[in-house]
Write a protein that binds this ligand. Structure first.
Ligand code: HEM
Length: 267
């Protein structure tokens, strides 16, 4: 409610900026293809989820640094649920046939998820630091800079090491001293420590399992995305200029938290 002297009432539409939001889906030119709307909406939705993943991951890093187990567990639960939702949404795009996609694929020109700076930010924030891929992001939109800055930031894994150290885990010095632009390394000494902790501090087990869920979720998304690509464009090259499936396969089955997977056989 509002009176004439006060600001207009906050409404559902204003709070969510719906007019702006709903004006952002603009299928190409004068002859939009029917499925182009689906293609635009689903990518925009993914980018919104990516935004939330980045937001929540910043929080989980702070939780780790503050040794806040319960805060971290709550946020990992949310993060892995978002990721499972991302995986499920692939089903929707798979209702689009290859013929339908090829009716508007040319309009994409060089546009590709390859240029998603938020996806790169997620990869880098989670320790999959492969600086060479930022070259694909257009620099005129200052998006490349965002991804490059993430490359220079400590990762969730670094914050996890801080957390573990506060819980009495001996985190090997070489992991703490690793250059910030390098990807996460698997470490046998850390795996031994984690195995010890699994038994000695059962309250941490739920955290490790939620992190493993998230990791598995990203691997599932990569697999589903490859299958989506395969059934939609087959062996064609990507609009982003990569070899397509062959490029995407390089990241398949690569865990974010290799130590949490490596200890399974020892339990
Ligand atoms: C018809 C549907 C789709 C096709 C044919 C497709 C195709 C491709 C191809 C071929 C690549 C490799 C890079 C390139 O050369 O372009 C790629 C990368 C990528 N796509 Fe898609 N894609 C589709 C849907 C999606 C959706 C819905 C998303 C969600 C955001 C997405 C996100 C990405 C990301 C993040 C990458 C980079 C992955 C990496 O570097 O490992 N794609 N896509």
């Amino acid at each position: 409610m509002s009176d004439a002297s006060s600001r207009p009432a906050v409404t559902y539409g204003r709070y969510l900026k719906l007019e702006e939001l709903l004006s952002l889906q603009q299928p190409g030119a004068d002859d939009p293809e029917h499925d182009e709307m689906l293609f635009i909406v689903i990518h925009q939705v993914y980018e919104l989820w990516f935004k939330l993943i980045l937001h929540e991951t910043e929080k989980v890093k702070r939780d780790f640094s503050a040794n806040d187990l319960y805060g971290a567990v709550a946020t990992w639960k949310r993060l892995r649920t978002i990721l499972k939702t991302l995986v499920a949404q692939v089903d929707i795009l798979e209702t689009m046939t290859p013929i339908s996609f090829s009716s508007f694929r040319d309009r994409l020109d060089t546009a590709s998820g390859f240029q998603s700076f938020q996806f790169r930010e997620i990869e880098f924030l989670y320790g999959y630091k492969r600086g060479e891929v930022t070259g694909a992001i257009p620099d005129r939109e200052s998006q490349r800079t965002r991804a490059e800055q993430r490359l220079l930031e400590p990762t969730v894994v670094d914050a996890f090491y801080d957390f573990l150290a506060q819980r009495g885990v001996r985190v090997p010095e070489d992991l703490r001293a690793k250059p910030v632009t390098e990807a996460t390394r698997a470490s046998e000494p850390l795996q031994e420590e984690l195995l010890r902790i699994y038994h000695a501090q059962p309250e941490l087990v739920i955290l490790f399992e939620l992190m493993t869920d998230f990791d598995e979720g990203l691997q599932e998304w990569r697999y589903r995305h490859i299958k989506l690509v395969e059934r939609t464009i087959g062996a064609k090259k990507g609009t982003g200029g990569s070899l397509g499936i062959e490029f995407l396969k390089q990241s398949l089955w690569k865990p974010l938290f290799p130590d949490l997977w490596a200890i399974r056989h020892g339990m």
